[in-house]
Design a protein around this ligand. Structure first.
Ligand code: AP5
Ligand code: MG
Length: 214
């Protein structure tokens, strides 16, 4: 099964992706997590990506596409994967489509987690992220067992650099301009499914499972 998570920044793509990947035993591939891990490790890619991420802009397609195609070519992705944060532009979607078509394959579902902009800024300021394993928490909705510590791997939780309110507004603008057109792109391919992301996370998850098991 090959799934794409679509949705605005903060819509809950990562939260749902973690749960779906756990339930269906497929790798959760997040380009944002890959970039953040590279920034944390001080790699050249990380330094380049950070310039864009800190402003709420997209990392150029040339950098992003190669990383993603290399990642999904790894052994653990051979029976399927869940993409979180990729594709984010029509050219990225076209490259992915072409790479899959060459393997006689295609995306099975594009799940659009729909949350209006008003809800987003509030969510982001409460978010805490683990830069080691990519787990996401929310101080009110999904607190970790021990404050500031990741339940899964024990590393520190941080407020992401790009979660400052002014950067979040930029990310939302970029989303509407560059990423939202993907909704129509996948609708035309007949694989788009939209869920109401304003519901509690367990309800959102149940509606995704219902789609995947139909
Ligand atoms: P990325 O890491 O992908 O960030 P994003 O898309 O902006 O999305 P977020 O991770 O901020 O939100 P999310 O939808 O995963 O929400 P979450 O589950 O955490 O990308 C970061 C940057 O990297 C980009 O800006 C760009 O620069 C670059 N980049 C990445 N991929 C790229 C690409 N393909 N091309 C170019 N550049 C790329 O949830 C948010 C909060 O809400 C959490 O605290 C969570 O606990 C809480 N929450 C979740 N669900 C619920 C719920 N149902 N009710 C209440 N709270 C909830
Ligand atoms: Mg995320």
């Amino acid at each position: 099964m090959k799934i794409i998570m679509l949705g605005a920044p903060g819509a809950g793509k990562g939260t749902q992706a973690q749960m779906i990947a756990g339930q269906y035993h497929i790798p959760h591939v997040s380009t944002g997590d890959i970039f953040r891990a590279n920034i944390k490790n001080g790699t050249e890619l990380g330094m380049e990506a950070k310039k864009y991420m800190d402003q709420g802009l997209l990392v150029p397609d040339e950098l992003t596409v190669k990383i993603l195609l290399d990642r999904v070519a790894e052994e653990d992705c051979k029976d399927g994967y869940l993409l979180d944060g990729f594709p984010r532009t029509i050219p990225q979607a076209e490259v992915l489509d072409k790479a899959l078509a060459e393997l006689g394959d295609a995306i099975d579902y594009a799940i659009n987690v729909d949350v209006p902009d008003e809800n987003i800024v509030k969510r982001m300021s409460g978010r805490r992220a683990c830069l080691s394993c990519g787990s996401t928490y929310h101080m009110e909705h999904i607190p970790p067992k021990k404050e500031g510590v990741c339940d899964k791997c024990g590393n520190d939780l941080v407020l992401r650099d790009d979660d400052k309110p002014e950067t979040v507004l930029n990310r939302l603008e970029v989303y509407h301009k560059q990423t939202q057109p993907l909704i129509q792109f996948y609708e035309e391919k007949g694989v788009l499914k939209t869920v109401d992301g304003t519901k509690p996370m367990k309800e959102v998850f149940d509606s995704i499972v219902e789609i995947l098991e139909k």
